[in-house]
Design a protein around this ligand. Structure first.
Ligand code: ACM
Length: 543
């Protein structure tokens, strides 16, 4: 297979020609565009340096030029032309340049995916040819739940690199939930001091306490670093503060924002626990502070406000909330849920930030005209939202990668499934019966990894890959056109992942050390994905 046929995701058009370009760190750079894209190219070239100074090839290569023009086309589009003495990148913005550099890297030997690699004696050879490419979907995302289990900054930075290698361009960080609050607030430090840790963790609703404290949070500087690092890889950070449900950690830190008289504590790993915050002006004021701090640190153009699985029956029974509901003209808690989210969305809009919600927010009217809806409860919920709003496809099946990857008994215990590699390969972001208007509303899609059952980075790698390779193909090209041909390119991509040190699940089943063994991680029940899907359909009209 020539290098131009081994790209993953597949480009729109790629043609190999004859000869090669000897590329090295000392190639001249002609940058026409933003300082960022020039720096991205220089940093790419610096990574071509060999391990030891004395291994730098004496340059027959000094006359090679890498020319970059970032003003050519829509974000993410690019043309890459490799000639014997010139590499030319014409791309749409920094996202397009990032894509061109990913392609250039994939055209090199797999060892280039290591942090440092010794070039072959003849130097790094890029085969000549041309790639003309553009994404089928503008939103190609990955959601990581850092609340149920905390993943340190170094893991997130590395995850960004793994995502960029697959042309993903959104990192959605689920920064708060019942089980943890994961970002510093200088205005309300109780949030990270109290909300960021729990004294114990239970594996599943009926698991025993393990008695081991778990916690961690990102400082605002950490979050700024993650956003900046992601930007240099063509990825936009999408922070999520999930309200008004999933807020036990927030309420543990600021009990005055919860239901009066109710005990407030950061939960162990039982999901969808706790109740909700009180949708009051003083709650909103705190959230505006926190969201403002996050926006200032990251420059995020999108902020996710959650809105899912909110237990709000108590609102009308509480005199203070009931008064707030009356003032807002809301007669049901669902209306108040919508009012609360819209109000925060208006604050975001005032900061030039676009609001994102899970589909419950759509059901309660908690959306502004430009709000992006992520429907996790199936195609029908997404189809309803797509009649009026932009959507990002994120259905539990097949984009929840925290579910088992097969029915093999050895898969490690999780929430069920399976969601197989083939299921992901077959995913159609636009169901065939959707109208052209609904299809036009699809910005793209993303995979999610909820981490109740994912304690560490090794397990994260195992769940993400190779399923993310298949979703990358779907979102970049529109679909996996030929599953057999895709598998050939996937085999090559797995070698690139080996070089990056990613501990993916092998195609024929987990390594022994990736299985559940006979202890607490043993898989105890068969997958029930059909039942799960039917249940989701049945609740997808509810808030
Ligand atoms: C969700 O899975 N509750 C978005």
């Amino acid at each position: 297979m020539d290098a131009y046929s081994a790209l993953l995701p597949a480009p729109v058009k790629a043609e190999a020609s004859t000869g090669y370009c000897l590329l090295s760190a000392d190639a001249a750079v002609e940058a026409d565009g933003s300082p960022l894209t020039g720096a991205m190219v220089r940093s790419f070239l610096a990574e071509l340096l060999p391990l030891a100074d004395n291994e730098i090839p004496v340059s027959t290569t000094r006359s090679v030029t890498v020319a970059v023009d970032d003003g050519a086309g829509e974000p993410g589009t690019y043309t890459l032309r490799v000639e014997p003495r010139r590499v030319e990148i014409r791309a749409g913005g920094s996202e397009g340049v990032a894509q061109a550099l990913t392609t250039l890297r994939q055209l090199l030997p797999d060892t280039i995916w290591r942090r440092a690699a010794t070039p072959p004696p003849e130097g790094w050879q890029v085969p000549c040819g041309t790639v003309e490419d553009r994404p089928a979907h503008g939103w190609r995302g990955a959601m990581l739940d850092v609340a149920r289990h905390f993943f340190p900054k170094r893991t997130v930075l590395r995850y960004v690199d793994l995502l960029a290698a697959h042309r993903f361009n959104r990192l959605h960080l689920h920064l708060s939930d019942d089980q943890g609050w994961r970002v510093e607030s200088r205005l309300h430090p109780e949030l990270h001091r109290v909300g960021s840790w729990r004294p114990s963790t239970r594996l599943g609703p009926d698991g025993p306490d393990d008695g081991t404290p778990h916690g961690g949070y990102y400082t605002l500087d950490d979050l700024a670093e993650i956003a900046a690092h992601a930007r240099t890889r063509g990825i936009t950070l999408v922070p999520e503060i999930d309200v008004p449900g999933h807020t036990s950690a927030l309420r543990a830190a600021l009990p005055g924002l919860g239901r009066p008289g109710e005990e407030q504590a950061v939960l162990d790993t039982v999901w969808a626990g706790g109740t909700s915050i009180a949708p009051l002006g003083r709650t909103e004021a705190v959230l505006r502070d926190v969201l403002g701090e996050i926006i200032d640190a990251t420059g995020a153009p999108y902020v996710h406000l959650g809105g899912d699985e909110c237990a709000m029956d108590w609102w009308p029974e509480d005199p203070e909330v009931a008064a707030a509901m009356a003032e807002a003209g809301c007669t049901t808690p669902q209306q108040m849920h919508g009012h609360f989210l819209r109000s925060l969305g208006e604050f975001l809009a005032g900061r030039g930030v676009r609001m994102v919600v899970w589909d419950e927010g759509y059901v309660t009217g908690g959306v502004l005209p430009d709000t992006i809806v992520m429907a996790w409860r199936g195609d029908e919920a997404a189809g309803r939202a797509a009649t009026t709003h932009d959507i990002v496809r994120s259905p539990l099946f097949p984009t929840y990668f925290n579910f088992d990857q097969s029915e093999l008994a050895g898969e490690r215990r999780s929430e069920g499934g399976p969601v197989t590699l083939d299921d992901v390969s077959a995913f159609a972001p636009a169901p065939s019966h959707w109208s052209p208007q609904q299809r036009e509303r699809i910005l793209g899609g993303q995979f999610q990894i909820w981490t109740e059952w994912v304690p560490d980075e090794r397990h994260l790698d195992y769940l993400a890959f190779p399923r993310a390779c298949a979703l990358a193909e779907v979102l970049w090209t529109g679909r996996v056109a030929d599953p057999d041909e895709f598998r050939t390119r996937l085999a090559r991509q797995l070698r690139r992942l080996d070089a990056m040190g990613a501990e993916y699940r092998p195609l024929d089943g987990p390594h022994p050390w990736q299985t559940g063994g006979t202890g607490v991680w043993r898989r105890t029940s068969p997958g029930r994905i059909a039942e799960t899907r039917a249940w989701l359909d049945s609740i997808s009209h509810q808030a």
